[in-house]
Design a protein. Structure first.
Length: 366
């Protein structure tokens, strides 16, 4: 194993029962940057302060929220809610509950997620997706520590520690008028910035070890050995999908590896696969060879000491593919050979789509 005695592992309860790649299932604090973050989290946890966890999709925000709850001393439950999973019409009833007859289909009264988390911690993921009207009501609940069910006028006291998470820049959302400044200040009492996996490379191989052991048990196979070349590629890869992408890569590698060894050929890494294909082009290739032209262009950019060449090439790849596929996310992901989740992360990163952008039904079926 690549862990040291100071490393700490966080995993989701009953992770094996969930679908693949819905959430990051494991988080390891081994890298120096991660260990600093862990110390900060464990200082915040015993307080009653609201926490805002900021980080890219797939970095393990829920795992950090669960650890905050576990270290808080609170006896109530941990309740996780994705704010982007509900329609604008239903989010109020989901969060604050409703009485019988409050709306069509409400045949009986039902407690909301705030009441369900009473005495414990409520984790609101994708808080940036909350409609503005609901932001006002959430702010009132945080200030008054009581909820009013939809269809009722009777306030119900709640003792809830709120941990929110976002993968978008809420300061920019405030400036754009999409998020309330007063709610941002109320949530951002104790901010926790969760670095992307590429920013904490010391965590990569310990996570690989964890997922190898996890999936080889599910596949009922002996644990394979990771070749030095494969380990080097895993550490150097930029991981746009973070821990969730790493989990999928390891799972696939275990399925296709042979002779008890995971080699570079077993790793499904889109960026590195593109690099391998480009490097395979011989100097004598015809001018019409696409990879030969790409390679020549790269050499010219390197010769000219082009600034931020990696970032700009990556943006060019995604913007060109997205335009070529007429901004259809399903086709673009298929064209690039990556998952739609990874594609959406990159499109958001480069400002090519908004946070709530989705394909139209017609485009998605095309």
């Amino acid at each position: 194993m690549h862990e040291s005695n100071t490393a700490k592992l966080l995993t989701l309860p009953n992770a094996g029962q969930g679908a693949l790649s819905i959430r990051a299932k494991a988080l390891i604090f081994h890298d120096i940057k991660s260990l600093r973050l862990l110390r900060q989290v464990e200082l915040i946890a015993p307080t009653e302060a609201n926490v805002l966890i900021i980080g890219e999709t797939g970095t393990g925000k829920e795992l950090v929220a669960r650890h905050i709850h576990a270290q808080s001393g609170r006896n109530g439950p941990f309740v996780a809610v994705n704010c982007g999973a509900f329609s604008e019409n239903m989010v109020e009833a989901e969060l604050f509950g409703h009485e019988a007859g409050a709306f069509t289909g409400a045949q009986q009264a039902r407690a909301g997620w705030f009441e369900a988390a009473n005495g414990g911690t409520l984790f609101l993921d994708e808080i940036g997706d909350l409609p503005l009207a609901m932001q006002v009501k959430l702010l009132r609940v945080l200030q008054e520590r009581q909820v009013v069910r939809l269809g009722s006028r009777k306030p119900i006291a709640v003792d809830v520690r709120l941990v929110a998470a976002t993968n978008v820049n809420l300061e920019k959302a405030v400036q754009a008028g999409h998020f309330r400044l007063d709610l941002y200040y109320r949530l951002n009492v104790a901010p926790v910035e969760l670095p992307a996996l590429r920013e904490r490379p010391g965590d990569i191989l310990p996570l690989v070890d964890y997922f190898i052991d996890y999936y080889r048990q599910r596949l009922d196979i002996p644990a394979p050995r990771l070749s030095k070349e494969a380990a080097a590629e895993l550490v150097s890869y930029h991981w746009p999908g973070n821990i969730r992408e790493l989990e999928n890569v390891v799972h696939f590698a275990l399925i296709v590896s042979q002779n008890g060894v995971i080699s570079t050929g077993d790793l499904r890494l889109p960026g590195i696969a593109l690099s391998r294909a480009a490097n395979a082009v011989t100097p004598g290739c015809a001018d019409g060879d696409g990879f030969a032209a790409v390679r020549a262009g790269l050499r010219q950019l390197l010769d000219e000491d082009t600034p931020e060449v990696y970032e700009r090439i990556e943006k060019l790849l995604f913007s060109t593919a997205f335009e070529y596929c007429r901004e259809n996310q399903v086709r673009t992901a298929k064209q690039l050979g990556i998952s739609r989740n990874i594609l959406r992360t990159q499109l958001k990163r480069f400002g090519l789509i908004g946070d709530s952008t989705a394909d139209t039904p017609a485009a998605a079926d095309a």
